[in-house]
Design a binder for this molecule. Structure first.
Ligand SMILES: Cc1ncc(COP(=O)(O)O)c(C=O)c1O
Length: 400
């Protein structure tokens, strides 16, 4: 054992001398000048840039309509309103997700039935989804974990059989495809996130995509107070235009400063995706056969967006648990995260649905074993070398 092979947490030398952030957005001069142009244009709120971003997103996602919003959470909430999901209804989703996915169901006064995940992909296990369907079930929210799409063919056929809506949580999945098909072509509605760390960002932001023109028209109205004409249209028409409250809506609109960033990010999406894929391939090659890990599987039908890279520790073969492993990796100066601790392991959902905890054993297990390592286009090859070296150093040191 030398100072280089001894973990920093045990007194060795850290693999990196400076700390590497878990995530960092690639913001170039293009985004900066588009924001400056927007500020100079005098039109700051929802306007021409938001409309342009919606148009270009619809082209990219190969969907008929996109409404840009202030977050993916708003998009998921609106989706449930648009599909009239409320009190007395049940919605099935995964416990391995960000709280937003489940919170919006409760905001509608509906109940959640968590289905278990597949321990290999971390996505919904379709057999568990089938088992969780009752007469009250109205929709399923598949979460495309880390950018790997769920089996959308299986889910669509199950949902068709039971007349259930599909609202996709595509927060991680802007580039994802299932069986070669863009995800927005499946199901009813699909919600995207442009949060700071996502594959493309607006700082904060989201979008709802769908193919039904009436539903998407209503999404637009609901996103801006429920009034009939958005501000940009009103101010760009000759003469005073009355606006009319159609229904009590929300303040969920994206504004042009956000869209300015998003437009320039969308132009770079293919380059970003290529770099993410390269880095993920290097991680796969480095970690594939290590006995300290349980592989996270990518299915052959999945086109993966590689939003995050998840390591699943094998507790049978390691002398430390996930939390200690994370602390040790931080001491090597590598930023880390968890995507995600099961919602059924967390205070609110565990207490609200205690009877559902034993129904999701895979979620409970993986929740204690997974951690995420940095994966973003700004990582240099040397950064990736140090991440791989640090993970392997710890795995080799703590192997039983
Ligand atoms: C799976 C998932 N769903 C929804 C969200 C919410 O996205 P937003 O922050 O854009 O509301 C996130 C956020 O990271 C997420 O990871």
């Amino acid at each position: 054992m030398t100072i280089d092979t001894l973990p920093a947490v045990a007194g060795g030398k850290p693999v990196r001398s400076g700390f590497l952030n878990f995530a960092r957005a690639w913001i170039g001069e293009e985004e900066i000048s588009e924001v400056v142009e927007t500020l100079k244009s005098g039109w700051l709120t929802t306007g021409p840039r938001t409309k342009q971003f919606e148009k270009q997103l619809a082209e990219y996602l190969q969907v008929k309509h996109v409404v840009c919003l202030n977050s993916c959470t708003s998009a998921l909430h609106l989706a449930l309103i648009l599909l009239d999901i409320g009190p007395g209804d049940e919605v099935i989703t995964s416990p391995i997700t960000f709280p937003a996915t489940a919170n919006v169901v409760l905001h509608r006064g509906a109940e959640i039935r968590f289905a278990d995940v597949d321990a290999g992909t971390l996505n919904l296990d379709m057999r568990s989804v089938r088992d969780r369907i009752t007469k009250a079930t109205k929709a399923v929210i598949p979460v495309h974990m880390a950018g790997q799409p769920c089996d959308m063919d299986a889910l669509e056929s199950l949902c068709r059989q039971h007349e259930l809506f599909i609202v996709q949580d595509s927060a991680h999945a802007i580039e994802s495809r299932w069986n070669g098909k863009p995800l927005a072509q499946y199901g009813d509605l699909s919600a995207y996130s442009f949060y700071a760390t996502k594959n493309i960002t607006c700082g904060e932001g989201g979008a709802l995509a769908g193919n039904n023109p009436e539903i998407m028209e209503r999404a637009l109205t609901l996103s801006i107070f429920g009034i009939s004409k958005d501000a940009w249209k009103r101010y760009n028409m000759p003469g005073y235009q009355h606006w009319e409250t159609i229904e009590p809506g929300y303040k969920y609109n994206m504004f042009d400063i956000q869209a300015a960033i998003g437009l320039r990010q969308l132009e770079k999406i293919n380059g970003f995706a290529q770099r993410r894929t390269e880095i993920a391939a290097r991680y796969d090659a480095a970690f594939r056969d290590h006995p300290g890990l349980i592989p996270v599987i990518t299915l052959p039908e999945a086109h993966h967006a590689h939003y995050i890279y998840i390591l699943q520790l094998n507790p049978d073969n390691l002398k430390i648990d996930r939390n200690l492993f994370m602390q040790a990796l931080e001491k090597e100066n590598i930023g880390i995260g968890i995507h995600f601790r099961s919602l059924l392991a967390q205070h609110y959902y565990r207490n609200r649905y205690p009877e559902q905890v034993p129904l999701c054993p895979n979620a409970a297990r993986v929740s204690e074993r997974i951690l995420s390592i940095p994966l973003y286009p700004l990582l240099s090859d040397q950064d990736v070398d140090t991440i791989i070296a640090a993970v392997l150093k710890l795995l080799d040191y703590y192997i039983k």
